[in-house]
Design a protein. Structure first.
Length: 216
């Protein structure tokens, strides 16, 4: 259904616009979205997919793991394409910059919470990752109130990539438990994700103290 919805907004090269725009006003061509809105649409798809995966995993439906795996896979792909298209179309926006990391967390943290009681992920991994995200979010909010921006660095992006990789392998193992490699890959990628999470947190605090000393 989500793919059908997205297909309804395929870019029309003749009109150079989409049926909707953020203000909801009809333009002269009789359409509403502009092509610059595509990145945010993809980001919203990731948020919707994150919610759908959580709802699916809370049911007892036999096909929940398989559908969750493919939805999660598409959501992870969207994390690449929304940023790529935003740069390609020169459509970076404050809304996209705000929603992108928010929906990344919505895609990762609820799954960690679900997997801990199932004894798929150790509780200390959830505690460390959650504490890291809370600390970094508070730090960025503190600086934002003082007019200082602290954008995500490359280490934070690798942290998100490895967290999604770990969860993808876990979902793959739950779909095909007899297949070799999913469990082992999830174990390795989990430790790599934890490493990047802690290192990137140190990077944020290092930049924070650097900025604070310059401000003084």
């Amino acid at each position: 259904m989500s793919l059908f919805f997205l297909s309804a907004f395929i870019y029309n090269p003749t009109h150079r616009s989409f049926p909707l725009n953020p203000k909801g006003k009809v333009n002269r061509m009789g359409h509403l979205f502009k092509k610059e809105d595509i990145p945010n649409m993809i980001t919203f798809f990731r948020g919707a997919a994150a919610v759908a995966v959580v709802i699916l995993l809370m049911t007892s439906w036999t096909g929940r793991w398989t559908l969750s795996f493919w939805l999660f896979f598409l959501a992870c792909l969207s994390d690449f394409f929304d940023g790529y298209l935003a740069r390609r179309l020169k459509a970076q926006s404050k809304l996209g910059a705000f929603l992108d990391p928010l929906f990344d967390k919505a895609l990762v943290l609820p799954l960690l919470v679900i997997f801990v009681p199932l004894k798929i992920i150790p509780a200390f991994v959830l505690i460390l990752l959650f504490a890291r995200d809370v600390a970094v979010s508070l730090l960025r909010s503190y600086l934002a109130k003082r007019g200082v921006s602290l954008p995500a660095d490359i280490l934070a992006k690798w942290k998100a990539v490895w967290q999604m990789t770990m969860l993808g392998f876990i979902l793959g193992h739950m779909c095909w438990p007899a297949a070799w490699g999913f469990r082992e890959a999830a174990f390795i990628s989990g430790w790599v994700a934890l490493f990047f999470s802690l290192v990137s947190a140190w990077g944020y605090f290092y930049r924070f103290f650097t900025v604070s000393s310059v401000k003084k």
